[in-house]
Design a protein around this ligand. Structure first.
Ligand code: 5AD
Length: 341
């Protein structure tokens, strides 16, 4: 197994059988993590990029069975921020020294083109890199956001198992989600995708295919996290919580795509104390730290006990900086584009 891991790390390529084999064997997990850490060091260096995360709306028109902000969740109070509030949070991120902000929301139709133009131009005027993570749009909409100045876009494919996708995301189509990723790349965004690990009925082979999908696009950024069941969703009784398997999926993604940006995801930190640090030592080089106010953070409730949803944003930042210091890594002083890697 170690020889196979070395080969994949050297060639940055693997077959679906090889990936499945590594995912199914627990003997060499720590070895895989250490090799992914080495590849990360050699390919993107030791600096960690901090992104300021602004979760600006928990309204969503979709009904994804795993997600706590699904339209059908009547137990969740809904909020959305105003244009000025969003720009003020971007300013706060800038004052913290963050050089990228990530705007994330449910698919909230009230953010029309006019509002998006004000938000994007307002944030770009602060000389920040801007990542959008606001769901499925048309080519024309993506192009307009790009022309307003957005630099990057995140949209997870969630799973490459199309039947599973259609079961878990009623009313949506896998082909359309894939179309979104192709459009974003065509337009020129730094494009990010990713998946959840540990979904019900998801097989190791399908996770292996997810990794190959990221390689085939290829993505510039890739967020991988464990599925965590939410009590107010149809998947409340599902098992999920596959921390190690998520970490292995992330580490293998690093071996195949050495130069991309990979976040240590919040879902990893939620499942395991210091999960984010473990991820940063297993291939990840990015973290997203919330800059929203605590009340809103608690309502952006994708899954229960989401790490970083309480406490003040300066404390979150300082606690994280201390952890970075303890593991001997540095904080990036650049905007952290994957294209510069
Ligand atoms: N557990 C883990 N991740 C989730 N997401 C949504 N719901 C959950 C959950 N219950 C992830 C999806 C989505 C991202 C914003 O959050 O992958 O793309």
């Amino acid at each position: 197994m170690k020889i196979l891991i070395d080969k994949i790390a050297h060639n940055h390529s693997a077959t679906v059988d090889e990936l499945e084999q590594i995912l199914s064997d627990s003997e060499c997990d720590e070895y895989l993590f250490s090799i992914a850490d080495q590849v990360r060091h050699d390919s993107v260096g030791d600096a960690i990029h901090i992104r300021g995360l602004i979760e600006f709306s928990n309204y969503c028109k979709n009904n994804c069975c795993y997600c706590g902000i699904r339209k059908g969740n009547g137990n969740l109070p809904r909020y959305h921020l105003s244009v000025d509030e969003i720009i003020a949070l971007a300013e706060k991120a800038k004052n913290y020294g963050y050089q990228t902000v990530v705007l994330q929301s449910g698919e909230d139709l009230s953010f029309d083109m006019n509002k998006m133009e004000k938000i994007i131009k307002g944030i770009k005027a602060l000389d920040l890199a801007l990542t959008l993570s606001i769901g499925e749009k048309t080519f024309e909409e993506y192009k307009a956001y790009f022309d307003f100045g957005a630099d990057r876009y995140l949209i997870r494919i969630e799973t490459t198992d199309k039947d599973l996708y259609h079961e878990l995301d009623p009313g949506m189509s896998w082909e359309n989600r894939h179309r979104c990723l192709c459009d974003l790349k065509k337009i020129g965004y730094e494009t990010g995708s990713g998946c959840m690990v540990g979904l019900p009925k998801q097989t190791l082979r399908s996770i292996a295919n997810d990794i190959l999908y990221f390689k085939s696009l290829p993505v510039d950024m890739c967020g991988i996290g464990p599925f965590i069941p939410h009590p107010d969703t149809p998947l409340k009784d599902a098992k999920g919580k596959e921390f190690i398997l998520s970490l292995k999926t992330m580490a293998l993604t690093r071996l195949l795509l050495p130069k991309i940006n990979i976040p240590a995801t919040t879902a990893m930190e939620t499942l395991y104390e210091n999960g984010r640090v473990k991820a940063l030592q297993s291939g990840a080089n990015v973290v997203m730290l919330n800059v929203s106010d605590s009340d809103d953070r608690q309502l952006y409730n994708l899954y229960p006990n989401k790490a970083g949803s309480t406490g003040n944003t300066i404390t979150l930042k300082n606690d994280f900086l201390e952890k970075v210091r303890q593991i001997g890594r540095t904080i990036s002083t650049t905007k952290g584009s994957a294209r510069d890697n």
